[in-house]
Structure formats: C-alpha cells, structure tokens
Design a protein around this ligand. Structure first.
Ligand code: TXA
Ligand code: MG
Length: 378
C-alpha cells in the first residue's frame, strides 16, 4: 500500500525524555490527559481500522498494529521487510489486558511487573489461543510489555487494543529513536507517525524468560541484568553472546543484518594502542573515518592526518546510558554524512547498560547470522 506518511505531534507540553518508569500516578495522569488529544485519537482510530501507526516509546519508536488482527499484523511485516519467523512484542497499558493474551502468569513475573512496569522490560508468557500465529511467529509463547511512554499508553487505552509493535525501522537497520528516523525508513509505507521527541532509553527493552528453572535474558536492554538479579536476589543468565576477549576488531560481513548502518562499522578496543585503527586510517587515503569514543579516551594521532578523522566523544565510561541514548541516532547521522567512509566505535565494559549497548554494537558490526528468537534484532 502506498500512503502519504504524516508526522504529527500531540498538543500536550510534556517532556517525554523524563524517566516515567515506575511513576505510576504521574504516568496515569498524563495518559488520561493525552487520551483527549486529536493526534492520539487519530492514531487509535487508524489502529482500530486495522492500520499500522508508528508510535513513540521510552526505548525506541514502535510500528504498532492490533496484536489480535492477522491482517493488521501482516502489514507490519510487509512495511518493515521483516522475516516472518521473528515474533513481535505485544504492548499493553493495563495488567488486565494480560488475561486475553496469556494462559499463565508465573509468580516471578508478577514480582517483576510490580517493580519494572511500566518500563523497558518484556516478559515471555505461554500464549493464549487468541494471539494469532503471525504475532508470535508460530511460537507457543508471547512477549508482552507495558511501555513507560504516556503517548503509547494513551493510544493503547483509546484504541482499547493490545498493540504488537516491533521497532519502526527497515528490518536490519538501526532502530529509530526519533520520528524523522521512522520517516526516513518507512515513508509511503505507513499512514501516520506520532512524534514524541527523542526516546529516553535509546535501546530496546530487555526480553526475559522466567518460565523455566533458570531466569534468562534473551535480549539485554533498558533494564540491566544486574537490576533484575538484585531485585529477584537470584542469578539471571544472558543467553545472547558476549564479546570474546581476543576479538579486537569485528569485521563486517553478514547474512542477517541487525541494527546495522550501510557503512562499515568496527568495534575498537582502545587499549590496543590504536595500531589497527592507524592501519585503517593509513589505508583510508582521502576518506574520513568517524570515531565514537568515551570522553576520557586520549587519542594519539601521531603520524595521522587529522583531517581524515572525525572524533565524537559522546559519553563518560561510567555512564553507558548516554551512549545507549545516542547510539542508533549517531549511526544514522554518520551513515548519511557524505564525508564519512567508515565508523569506529570504542568497546565499553559489558556492565549495567553497557551489556545492552555492546550487544547492539556487536550485532551492528558483525551481524551474527545465527538468528534465534529474542537474540535477533530487526
Ligand atoms: O523496546 C522494545 O522492545 C521495542 C519497542 C517498540 O517496544 N520493540 C522491539 O521489538 O524491540 P522488536 O520486534 O524489534 O524486537 C522484539 C524482540 C525480537 O528479538 C524477538 O525475537 C523477541 O523480541 N521476541 C518476541 N516475541 C518473542 C517470543 N515469544 N519468544 C522469544 N523472543 C521473542
Ligand atoms: Mg527491532
């Protein structure tokens, strides 16, 4: 279908970059106000008619459809060019919506929902027969989350639907953290983008499976594994791969793309005395290389032409949240910068939010080709 894609804002003057996680009464108040907003109403009407709409969440923008409407869900896959075997996350605004979607709520899920919803935590449940195969990609489970964004919540409530919503990017490309990113990827493919400003978290939700004996994080994200382990007082296992010690530079070369810019992206360990980087710069000739680094990183440019290097010091090592918030946006900006030939990014500690950041960075650089539910991007 060909649409003339519109970007619309809501009228309420709310700073959506504020951290609403767990501020249950504030979020309820803002959501109630937004339910009367004309853009929210328009989005809800479109969704009720089986259309797809891009909506802001606290993590990244999502491309939403009625989770229980097969044709609507199929439109998501078509617009994104998403492989059919990658299941969608279902978004709700109230715990009572779970009754239609799942057959069982484990005790630990109750605890986590009390603590981390609304917020960037997605929980895997055994799925009820109401949830179509297209939404869960044929799995017996369904992934559910309650986002901490008043616009998304207001649209869910106004439409009175559970909304399936993957990140609103072209499949394989960096997730969108601004309305314009969605427009660049999906213009003409969707009728409406609701602009809620830049996303606060910047990487997607943490996907967790606690149906078995072990608690597993299938995708690290906005709630760190440490936060979950501390709260549950239990070990929480990461099932997606970590960077191996000897992998200094990850070369592009991929089957499935995940979060990847068009340009080559390399992960760099700056303790390596820049030898690999220098070689790359010497080979780059007239092209410019972009370096995303920590503010503390001292860069020795001896023997290099400074004109060939664009240094972006965007985060402090102790706050990987800052890099998370900017990562996808930086990758998109550098991708469209005609001066930049290749992108290099500094490896950070895989602690706290650093785990989610490095998961995205490594997939963007190497795009591991072993897709598994929860481990994949798209
Ligand atoms: O923050 C987020 O989660 C964003 C916003 C829009 O809410 N959504 C998002 O959706 O990242 P998507 O489709 O880009 O990523 C969903 C991830 C995929 O890795 C998928 O494989 C996994 O969740 N997933 C979905 N349902 C699953 C299931 N039943 N079992 C295991 N993994 C599942
Ligand atoms: Mg995605």
């Amino acid at each position: 279908m060909n649409y003339k894609t519109e970007i619309k804002k809501t009228k309420e003057k709310i700073d959506f970059r504020a951290d609403f996680s767990n501020k249950k009464s504030l979020i309820a108040e803002l959501t109630a106000e937004l339910k009367n907003d004309s853009t929210v109403k328009e989005a809800a009407e479109l969704l009720k008619k089986g259309e797809i709409v891009a909506l802001p969440t606290e993590t990244v923008y999502g491309l939403a459809a009625d989770a229980l409407n097969v044709e609507a869900v199929q439109k998501i896959f078509a617009a994104k060019g998403r492989p059919q075997d990658n299941p969608l996350i279902v978004h709700i605004a109230d715990r009572s919506q779970l009754d239609d979607l799942v057959t069982e709520i484990p005790k630990k899920a109750e605890l986590l929902m009390d603590k981390f919803w609304p917020g960037p935590l997605t929980i895997i449940f055994s799925k009820s027969s109401n949830v179509p195969e297209q939404t869960s990609a044929g799995l017996a489970t369904v992934a559910v989350r309650m986002p901490a964004h008043p616009i998304m919540l207001a649209v869910i409530e106004k439409a009175n639907l559970a909304l399936a919503a993957p990140s609103a990017n072209r499949s394989g490309f960096p997730s969108p953290t601004k309305a314009e990113h969605v427009f660049n990827d999906l213009q003409d493919k969707i009728p409406l983008i609701v602009d809620g400003g830049p996303c606060r978290v910047g990487v997607e939700s943490t996907v967790i499976d606690l149906r078995g004996a072990e608690i597993k994080v299938l995708r690290p994200g906005g709630i760190s594994r440490q936060q979950l382990a501390d709260y549950l007082n239990e070990e929480v296992i990461l099932t997606s791969k970590k960077l191996k010690k000897d992998q200094k530079v990850i070369s592009p070369g991929m089957k499935y793309r995940h979060y990847a810019p068009e340009k080559k992206l390399f992960v760099f360990n700056f303790e390596d005395k820049f030898s690999i980087l220098k070689k790359a710069l010497l080979n780059a000739e007239n092209k410019k290389i972009a370096l995303i680094t920590a503010k503390e990183t001292e860069i020795d440019l001896t023997g290099l032409t400074e004109a060939n290097i664009k240094i972006l010091k965007v985060f402090k090592r102790k706050s990987p949240e800052k890099l998370a918030q900017k990562l996808f946006s930086l990758l998109r900006d550098l991708d469209s910068d005609p001066e930049v030939a290749e992108i290099y990014i500094e490896e950070i500690d895989q602690k706290g939010m650093g785990e989610a950041v490095m998961n995205r960075v490594l997939k963007a650089a190497a795009a591991e080709n072993d897709f598994q539910p929860g481990g994949g991007g798209n």
